[in-house]
Design a protein around this ligand. Sequence first.
Ligand code: GLN
Length: 197
Amino acid sequence: PPVIGVLALQGDVREHVQALEQVGARARGVRRPDELDSIDGLVIPGGESTTMWRLAVSFDMLEPLRKCIAAGMPAYGTCAGMIMLADRIEGGVPGQQTVGGIDMTVRRNAFGRQVESFEAPVELAGVDGGPVEAVFIRAPWVESVGESAEVLGHVSRGEQAGRIVAVRQGRLLATSFHPELTGDTRVHRLFVDMVKG
Ligand code: GLN
């Protein structure tokens, strides 16, 4: 089975490890540069992207992560992890940097304070069996994607209908929401299939 690392600087690492193991991958937390050498793919969890960025800098992980992504390592980011995989962010703190890799602009905390947390069904291209029940927690949305990035899903109804919340570019995947919190493992399965592919 593929070995998937979960970036373990901050965030909901354990939930991703469990979801990945449920779909047949071997999963382990990674926080040191040398640990990146022995994995086939990487998940960047939800959490707080400002903290994750600062910890990535102090653990000397930011550049190694950029190199791995540039070298073609598959990666999947949820929520704060989506922010980390975005080439451009809006609403970041001054100086906030990302790993990047996906040609998209992501807006932090976009869904606003009054709806810090909500669930909504999201139909995802490449995921069969009906919409996933997406959990949004102070989530970003995707303002725009460049030509090489493919939109996989939008919010389907309500005030924010049409907002982009799932994107793929090659072997990089990002969602605004947290499939690791729902027990629905279809998005993790998609990612593990991308790693195997
Ligand atoms: N608001 C957080 C951030 O900006 C993301 C929240 C989450 O990952 N659930 O990083």
